[in-house]
Design a protein around this ligand. Sequence first.
Ligand code: GRF
Length: 197
Amino acid sequence: MTQRVAILISGGGSNMVALVDSMTGDHPARPCLVLSNDPNAGGLEKAAARGVPVAVVDHRPFAGDRAGFEATLQRELEKVGAEIVCLAGFMRILTPAFVANWQGRMLNIHPSLLPKYPGLDTHARALTAGDPEAGCTVHEVTAELDAGPILGQARVPVLPGDTPDMLAARVLTQEHILYPAVLRRFAAGDRRPVFLP
Ligand code: GRF
């Protein structure tokens, strides 16, 4: 049975594009919605251009009412019958209650080799630490931020003279390979992690 995948974004959505473009042919999943908390997210146009239904739940009117924002989010996901949720550059923290509702069915991509560098500014932190390599992680979303079971990782070398932007660009190319590979396996019910290279 084809799994229905909703993708949550906040910005340009390059990971969303990689995921949407991967769900073809004998892939066990298809995109059913791209939703953004930011009405100006560039990814919304990219999704619409690919014929994927889009929605916006602007978080700003819900200032201070996280439960209200998430209740609206949940309604949009239920409307399209989403079965898997992929966070892809989604920049809102979700409450444990919302996460519990999607436990085991919600994925996120994080631009570090977790458990190293949960949170923000991951590339600058790796450079400051003098790490010889960096990368990205796809993990199941749990109540603790950036800490769920790892479903895949991709590693890249840190090169002399790297700036955070240079490293981010190198990691992003791997994100676009890793996330689709993990989703294909996950949607087929296979939880074995994917490691690249
Ligand atoms: C990426 O670095 C991703 O790891 C993080 O958000 C950034 C932007 O992603 N979660 P996208 O281009 O919006 O998919």
